[in-house]
Design a protein around this ligand. Structure first.
Ligand code: HEM
Length: 269
């Protein structure tokens, strides 16, 4: 009964009001874009959508203003919260396991050096850092139930019959922590993604972006962002917990599965 949620008190009301605030901001931004749109030179996503939509909204194709608002909202929710939460987990693991942070920094220093900005071409030469980022995502499991889906016809999956209209949630943790696959399923271990000779090792059960037709559409962008932000941060700073504090690796479930708030010191290198 989702309609009931609007009337019930609880923390979800804060999500509703923040969502409304962002939608209002997006509406103002769309209005501004429309006022000075140059069809021959789109500046961004909103411009491109407006150009494709033309003068007339078309509900069937999805090129209508309401959909533009929600697609732009998706870029905030799906595109910002996710990468930020993964980086929160990443820095937390780095302050909890300093010897892993040191090995990443050694690789950053050897491949990129202290001053040049990291670029995507560096990733192929940085298997340890790549493995650490994969392990952060595996352990972070930031969208544990993926996104709900509904069967649009009667479906058989293995021995299960899923009647049309059933809501289905995938527990991504069942693969990300599969005890028959991962050597240390519940312990942070970059070796999961490394061959014996130190080359990067792909793992089929690495599915933080889910799988199938509705797999995360932002995966390539997210993977670039994680690599560039993570390496830039460790190139410039060493992260530690404040003296006498032991940050917790427990999670707090919100829009994503994120770490409990923690404090860190960023010491310039
Ligand atoms: C670490 C970062 C990210 C993770 C772990 C992640 C994970 C996911 C997952 C698990 C889903 C659900 C897939 C399913 O329903 O089976 C999803 C969907 C989606 N993600 Fe991401 N995501 C990330 C970053 C991004 C970014 C950067 C963008 C866009 C800029 C994005 C856009 C989307 C969109 C639009 C969907 C819905 C796709 C659909 O239903 O067809 N995500 N993501």
């Amino acid at each position: 009964m989702p309609w009931l949620m609007k009337w019930l008190p609880g923390p979800h009301q804060r999500i509703f009001s923040i969502t409304q605030e962002i939608l209002n901001f997006i509406k103002v931004s769309i209005k501004e874009h429309k006022e000075n749109l140059d069809p021959s030179s789109p500046r961004d996503y909103i411009d491109s959508f407006l150009i494709e939509m033309g003068e007339k909204e078309d509900n069937d194709s999805g090129f209508e203003l309401n959909n533009l608002c929600f697609c732009t909202l998706d870029l905030f929710g799906a595109g910002t919260e996710t990468t930020a939460t993964t980086l929160h987990w990443g820095l937390l693991y780095m302050i909890c396991i300093p010897q892993i942070q040191e090995r990443v920094q050694a690789e950053v220093d050897a491949v990129i050096g202290p001053s040049r900005q990291p670029s995507m071409t560096d990733r192929n030469n940085m298997p340890y850092t790549d493995a650490v980022i994969h392990e952060i995502q595996r352990m972070g499991n930031i969208i544990p139930l993926s996104l709900g889906k509904m069967a649009n016809k009667d479906t058989t999956l293995d021995t299960f019959i899923i009647p049309k209209g059933t809501t289905v949630l995938f527990t991504l943790g069942s693969v990300l922590h599969d005890e028959s696959i991962w050597e240390t399923p519940y312990t942070f271990n970059p070796q999961h993604f490394l061959e014996k000779d130190g080359r990067f090792r792909k793992r089929e059960a690495f599915l933080p972006f889910s799988a199938g037709k509705r797999v995360c559409i932002g995966e390539p962008l997210a993977r670039m962002e994680l690599f560039l932000f993570f390496t830039s941060l460790l190139q410039r700073f060493t992260f530690t917990a404040p003296a006498g504090e032991q940050p917790s690796l427990e999670f707090k479930l919100g829009t994503t599965r994120c770490p409990k708030p923690y404090r860190l010191c960023a010491v310039p290198r």
